[in-house]
Design a protein around this ligand. Sequence first.
Ligand SMILES: [Zn+2]
Length: 270
Amino acid sequence: MRFEPLLDLPGVLEPDALVFAFASERLLLIGNDLPSLARLGPLDPLPLGRLDGRLCLAVALDPTHEPESGTSLDALRDAWGRLDEPLWTMAGRALQTLAWARDHAHCGRCGTPTAKLPGERALACTSCGVAAYPRLSPAIIVLVRRGDEVLLCHGTRFPSRMYSCLAGFVDPGESLEEAVHREIREEAGIEIDDVTYVSSQPWPFPNSLMVGFTARYAGGDLTLDPSEIVDGGWFSREALPELPPYPSIARHLIDGWIDGADAPAAQRTS
Ligand SMILES: [Zn+2]
């Protein structure tokens, strides 16, 4: 689907607009569909863009909004599979845009209320002029392989028993590659090489951009950081633990390795 960003609301809101309405962090759905503008009544939407020409709007509902019969409020993670992937990704864009508007209603420098700058996705202070753009926090995620095994760990903050790749936020002043080496050194005590970019994924929990890499073990004894990791180790394709759910980039990286060129022929055909 083709997406074009839209920085200002059109003069007339088309009735078939796709409305991503959130009460705090929870998305309003009617069954597996988005609500219509007419159903929501008067609102103060933020423009997101056009998806295949169709207007997409973000709406902040009252945080205490009670869903009517036939509607539900769901955490965005739980809405995966109920919305098509382009709509789920757009819902993440809406969630981040609403959080930005909420958190920058006042200037971070002098406290004066801000106002939207026409033609920009920016909220500017009406007194001192400081402008706030939506903030992204880049994070790296790395699947490290050693021979025909990969390093998977169960983190202290994981909600389930799953094991995943190591990940961490990029520090100020650091390149993505430096972050990859530092994170693996800090959390696993090992050195890596052959660091290769695979793909990236917006991760709106709350405003990350996950940048996915693979790397090769290059030396050192595996020493897992107990403040971050409960358990972990090297896993072969034949003995994998519970894996992260879709649509996480972690699962994408692991699936890519499972299906990869270094897989034994028997696994590649499955
Ligand atoms: Zn100010």
